[in-house]
Design a protein around this ligand. Structure first.
Ligand code: GLA
Length: 333
């Protein structure tokens, strides 16, 4: 039997940049998914989701498409190319649809339990991301899987999605706190505007004749028709904000980090059109509670809001404090 744990993730800054070869600064959470796998001789995968108490059964060598959690189990077996049977069960404590990557945590935990430690964790992140796009219908980037697989205790990860270089950045907050508050609106990457935003970026990229929007400039963005001009401006300026946040952390300037979170949120709302009234209300509540900065996190269109609280501000009702934890691991075999 192999047991694996994979964390969810928070993204401090760098949103909708991963699929544009850009930059992000993310960290692994302490909550996550735990999966167990045991070999079976009959070629069947018998899977059990412990929390809803549901089951699934399919031939390992020929999984058919399915909905909900079953898509993630079947997809993981398929992308790993596993042809032998297994008993699989899993549980998790990342709130679903809240922008904390419950689905990446599940996929990574399953992949480690079913496939063992890979030779290359970045390669495994790529495989796990194929589960999202080919089995769950969300054409996501590599942010969630890389943060879950490469997370480092006490650190955020500066990820360059063009080179896939990952640099740990100490997240020493000196009494300041990062919290997350759920907007109460479930987001679903497969049905929200997420895939549409990704298509718009691709259209803008072709229009500008670039290898990726990493090479775009605000000046080039201004020549594009609406709304592509605003989408590209967001990507270019968000990449710059990631570098500015790393610099602010390195000089212990948490007030500047708060301002950068606010600027990221304004851009996601006004240039990327990825906010909702429920998210806006949540941002306002966090600001009213004394946050130095607050922004929607993850794919948007609902989900959670991240806020940075100065030492004298209490944690608002319903908010949960986040701390950077270690990356995914095999805990028993
Ligand atoms: C979701 C996706 C990621 C990334 C973010 C937005 O979390 O899974 O790949 O695109 O949205 O930054």
């Amino acid at each position: 039997m192999t047991v694996a744990f994979a964390p969810g993730r928070a993204n401090l800054i760098g949103e909708h940049t991963d699929y544009n070869d850009g930059l992000a600064l993310a960290f692994a959470l302490r909550c996550g998914a735990r999966a167990e796998a045991r070999d079976r001789a009959d070629g069947l995968v018998c899977a059990r989701a412990i929390d809803p108490g549901e089951a699934d059964e399919f031939p390992a060598a020929a999984p058919e498409p399915a909905e909900g959690w079953r898509a993630f189990v079947r997809g993981t077996v398929a992308v790993l190319g596993r042809r032998s049977g297994a008993d699989v069960s899993f549980t998790g404590d990342v709130p679903l649809g809240s922008g904390l990557s419950s689905s990446a945590a599940l996929t990574v935990a399953l992949a480690l339990a079913l496939g063992g430690e890979p030779a290359d964790r970045i390669g495994l992140a790529r495989l796990c991301s194929r589960v999202e796009s080919e089995w769950a219908g969300a054409n996501t980037g590599l942010l969630d899987q890389l943060a879950s697989l490469l997370g480092k205790e006490g650190h955020a990860l500066l990820i360059d999605f063009r080179t896939l270089e990952v640099t740990p950045v100490a997240l020493a907050l000196g009494g300041w706190r990062l919290v997350v508050l759920d907007s109460g609106e479930r987001h679903d990457l497969a049905t929200s505007g997420y895939n549409e935003r990704r298509e718009e970026c691709e259209e803008a990229r072709k229009w500008l004749g670039l290898a990726s929007l990493r090479d775009a400039t605000t000046e080039a963005a201004s020549r594009l028709p609406a709304p592509l001009d605003r989408r590209v401006r967001h990507v270019v300026e968000e990449n710059a904000r990631v570098n500015d946040t790393v610099a602010a952390l390195q000089r212990d300037d948490l007030a500047a980090v708060g301002e950068l979170l606010d600027a990221s949120h304004a851009s996601l709302r006004d240039l990327y059109d990825a906010s909702t009234p429920a998210v806006e209300r949540t941002v306002s509540a966090l600001r009213a509670a004394g946050a130095a900065g607050a922004r929607m996190m993850g794919g948007g269109f609902g989900g959670s809001v991240l806020a940075l609280l100065p030492p004298d501000a209490g944690v608002p009702a319903g908010a949960v404090e986040l701390e950077p934890g270690p990356g995914a691991r095999i805990v028993e075999r």
